[in-house]
Write a protein that binds this ligand. Structure first.
Ligand code: GDP
Ligand code: GDP
Length: 436
């Protein structure tokens, strides 16, 4: 279910982010118009010869108020905690430095495979420099040039060889969900409150390879759920766990492993930018989304409060218009018993399949009521549509010319599909194809 993780470590300026971007490269898709998505990436999916993996640039995780050398050490600790394979980057231009040795000292303590990449080997003359790096005791140095793309193929081969053997995937039909959100919104309180509900039977806590802890539980209707751990839920007391970049990175990993993501907001504090970063990623990843407004007990309410808060959320998270909103309190347990059923419903919608015949009735009806747009005298023709994927539901619509499909008309078709079928909580994807 989860991909192997590669972490890149090393002191500043050796070229970590250059190598990260080269490996992640064009392969990551960021929907440009999703507001609030962090531009400076430290986490990305990548693939090499059919092997998928996730990558963390630990250099992007700043631990403020710490001297540089302790920051570098913390970043190496993150790599050890989070990764299956660690790439230690050094620079041929500067040679072996104290900071490189400090990083190596920390990496010795890990049982994870470490690959030593000597960067900035831009031409063959520099190659001789790499032998000095044997002194770090991290094995054979591999020459690369991040800016020129030299040696990255060999590096990727070596990374992929070091991945742990794939374990037999166990059949697990439980609904996987997570609570994500910035620190202090109440994620761990929600976890504990839900597990403490009378109607919930906790069946097991599983440690996974990366120290994450997932909890399985069953509700009265015998539905099985797996709650995916995120940073902030089970704090291990490490300094870096309080940094924003780290918690965003952990949230991204949790989102990847979830079917349904509960974006937790704090009613007491309203909506902050960091809430939008995390929600933007959940949307982009195509997961089912529920907006959970926690600490509802803290507000002085009148009969407008709920509607006002909902309006605020709809205005700030326009791209999540499909996500249901629940107002809860981990403290008083208000409405918490409704959450598992809602997660189950969103999970169902997220993997719902609509038969083509029914879908086409809806599409043709929609077109009959709202004629397709024209451009330069040419009219968009929609021939038929079919659902090609679930999680999220994805539709291909065959047309005479995809360029004639305006954003607003696509939105109209999406709304018609949503009116006809219950897709609450799930994004929909619509792809136009030219009919040959
Ligand atoms: P980081 O701090 O380790 O993430 O380092 P960066 O990726 O930001 O790179 C630091 C500097 O080194 C930048 O000016 C890069 O352009 C440069 N750099 C990175 N890779 C190479 C390389 O392969 N050759 C050369 N000559 N410069 C590089
Ligand atoms: P996390 O960092 O998102 O996991 O947040 P925590 O679960 O640690 O909660 C942060 C603080 O908010 C703690 O002091 C909790 O007791 C408090 N808290 C959490 N949920 C609620 C709630 O529903 N109502 C109130 N009043 N306080 C809450």
């Amino acid at each position: 279910m989860s991909n192997p993780v590669v972490a890149i470590v090393g002191r500043p300026n050796v070229g970590k982010s250059t190598i990260f971007n080269r490996i992640a490269g064009e392969r990551i898709s960021i929907v440009e118009d999703t507001p609030g998505v962090t531009r400076d990436r430290i986490y990305a999916h990548s693939e090499w010869l059919g092997q998928h993996f996730d990558m963390i640039d630990t250099g992007g995780i700043e631990i403020t108020n710490e001297p540089l050398i302790s920051q570098i050490k913390e970043q190496a600790e993150i790599a050890i905690d989070e990764a299956d394979v660690i790439v230690a980057v050094v620079s041929a231009q500067e040679g072996v430095t104290d900071a490189d040795e400090q990083v190596a000292q920390i990496l010795y303590r890990s049982k994870k495979p470490v690959i030593l990449a000597v960067n900035k080997v831009d031409n063959p003359e520099v190659r001789a420099e790499i032998y000095d790096f044997y002194s770090l005791g991290l094995g054979d140095p591999m020459p690369v040039s991040g800016t020129h793309g030299i040696g990255t193929g060999d590096l990727l081969d070596k990374i992929c060889q070091a991945f742990p053997e794939k374990k037999e995937e166990q059949l697990d039909s439980s609904i996987k969900f997570s609570f994500i959100g910035r620190p202090n919104v109440g994620k761990s309180s929600l976890v504990n409150a839900i597990l403490g509900e009378n109607r919930v039977i906790v069946s097991g806590i599983e440690g996974t390879t990366r120290d994450a802890i997932d909890t399985k539980f069953t509700t009265e209707d015998e539905t099985e759920y797996t709650m995916i751990d995120t940073a902030g839920i089970r704090k291990r007391g490490k300094v870096y766990e309080n940094t924003e970049k780290y918690s965003v990175m952990r949230a991204m990993r949790a989102i990847d492993r979830s079917d349904v993501v509960c974006v937790v907001l704090n009613a007491e504090e309203g909506i902050r930018d960091q809430d939008k970063h995390v929600a933007g990623y959940a949307h982009e990843a195509g997961r089912g989304v529920i907006i959970v407004v926690n600490k509802w007990d803290t507000l002085k309410k009148n009969n407008q409060t709920l509607q006002e808060f909902e309006n605020l959320i709809r205005a700030e998270f326009q791209y999540l218009s499909y996500a249901p909103i629940v107002f809860v309190s981990a403290k008083t347990h208000q409405r918490l018993d409704t959450l598992p059923a809602l997660i189950k419903k969103v999970d169902h919608n997220h993997q719902q399949r609509i038969p083509s015949s029914v879908l086409n009735d809806v599409l043709m009806d929609a077109i009959a009521h709202n004629p397709t747009p024209t451009e330069n005298g040419k009219r968009l023709r929609v021939y038929y549509g079919t659902q090609v994927a679930v999680k999220p539901p994805t539709f291909v619509v065959f047309v005479n010319d995809p360029d004639l499909m305006h954003f607003s008309y696509e939105r109209f078709l999406e709304n018609q599909i949503r009116d006809a079928f219950d897709f609450t909580g799930t994004p929909l994807r619509i792809i136009e194809r030219r009919r040959k």
